[in-house]
Design a protein around this ligand. Structure first.
Ligand code: FES
Length: 98
């Protein structure tokens, strides 16, 4: 099967990484040296909650801990999300891993 690479940018920072969706956005970011807030990493605690400034995602689990309103407003849980398109993430708390 052909691997599709999606490009993910962090809004207001000069950081981008690619993902082939073999792992969650959280782990793909980490592999690229970018730390996003996280705790449970299974879609329940909402520590990683952030907003999409562009693009769309799908989920590794059936019921990510998001309300319908939050979904409509573009909130996602990157620990259980995969990119459906190129993305722009709004994560002011993102940090470079030293
Ligand atoms: S780290 Fe807990 S919901 Fe994402």
């Amino acid at each position: 099967m052909m691997t599709v690479l999606r490009r993910v940018a962090i809004e207001d920072k000069d950081w981008v990484f690619d993902t082939d969706n073999s792992q969650s956005l959280l782990l793909a970011a980490q592999a690229a040296g970018i730390r996003l807030p996280s705790s449970c990493r299974n879609g329940t605690c909402r520590t990683c909650l952030c907003q999409l400034a562009g693009g769309s995602v799908r989920y590794l689990i059936e019921w990510p801990g998001l309300s319908l309103d939050e979904k409509r407003e573009g909130y996602i849980l990157p620990c259980v999300a995969l990119a459906e398109s190129d993305l722009v993430l709004r994560v002011p708390a993102a940090r470079r891993i030293e």
